[in-house]
Design a protein around this ligand. Sequence first.
Ligand SMILES: Nc1ncnc2c1ncn2[C@@H]1O[C@H](COP(=O)(O)OS(=O)(=O)O)[C@@H](OP(=O)(O)O)[C@H]1O
Length: 371
Amino acid sequence: NPENCICTEMVAVESPSVLTKSSLNEQIGDSSDTYLLEKSVMATDILENVGDIWDASVDKEAYLRAKYDNFCYKPEEPYFKHVQPLERSKLKQRGCRKKLPQIIMPGARKCGTGALLRFLKIHPNITGAPEEPHFFDQRRANLTTSDYSEKMPYSTDSQLVIEKTPTYFYRPHNTPQLIKDEISSDTKIIIVLCDPVRRAVSDYLEFIWREKRRSEKHVVGKKLDSFEHLVWDHATIRGGINQLNEMIDVGIYAKHLIRWFDVFSRDQILLLDGTLLLTDPLSELKTVERFLGLRSFFQKDHFSMNEERGIFCMDFPSEYCLPGCKGRKHPHVDDKVWASLCDFYAPYDRSLEQMTGKHFSWVGKCASQDQ
Ligand SMILES: Nc1ncnc2c1ncn2[C@@H]1O[C@H](COP(=O)(O)OS(=O)(=O)O)[C@@H](OP(=O)(O)O)[C@H]1O
């Protein structure tokens, strides 16, 4: 379904007619844009509940109560959809307001942020922007942080608000500083990194998909360059990987990450392995729960592998698989170009491991694309 395939989560946000743009924040007399994480990050729920299974994790009725008894949206399957707000009186009664996100997921693009956000939004204590706000990278001059918070969903004090915009990771260069200055110095950052060679191919598939949609709209089709052609440097006689191409540049993770490390303390940044997210989503979700101090919700039997598509889908609280634009079949890349890409990224991957002190599952395993 092409509508579901817009990879930037373009879900229309329906506002009830009684709510004006200035929304409930003003009516409630709340001007605090930032909501510190004190409560959530310091939460010890997870520690208190070690070995204790939350009913909401196993029983659908209990889940619906945990998610919606203190929430600002009506239940709607799949339960990551937080689209239809409650009536105005209920919103007020529950203390629902739009606030700036406490957690930002800046990418990297095509490393699984879409799957991660949708899964996380199932958690009873998480809500998130329905679309990518692109506030810092496509900002019109007169936009303020209150315009930004308008793009966020309503939330109560028991929900954390996440936004993901996968371009922030690499552009604009001062996004980390802007987040610190304009949202809060307490903002939590979740960065998903994945095999940069595979990521570049995924980026290319997205590019092709968008170009095809564009040419369908404008009737005229243009011949699209192959992946191999685009990533190769044709300007020099020796050739090699064209690192000026954005598809390549994004995967030089160490270079971009340094700016995030410069601005935020290490305990504010969670680095996830997108390659693991694809093969073992539960372990990465558990890591996020711990990082945010959330009560442990996700369980092994919430997920199962869809053999046909080769991706994990959710079975609880309802069945859900990401649309076909996520988890696409990748084409075979020319072996010489593949090997060059592996060689190109290897030193940057080593720097990444050195600077983070973390081992990433793809590092050192780039030899064959068909593994
Ligand atoms: N469970 C599940 N379902 C579907 N897809 C999954 C999942 N887990 C991880 N992934 C990987 O997510 C890749 C798309 O990445 P993003 O969502 O970050 O893309 S985007 O930047 O937001 O457009 C997507 O890339 P492609 O395989 O190239 O489509 C997947 O590798």
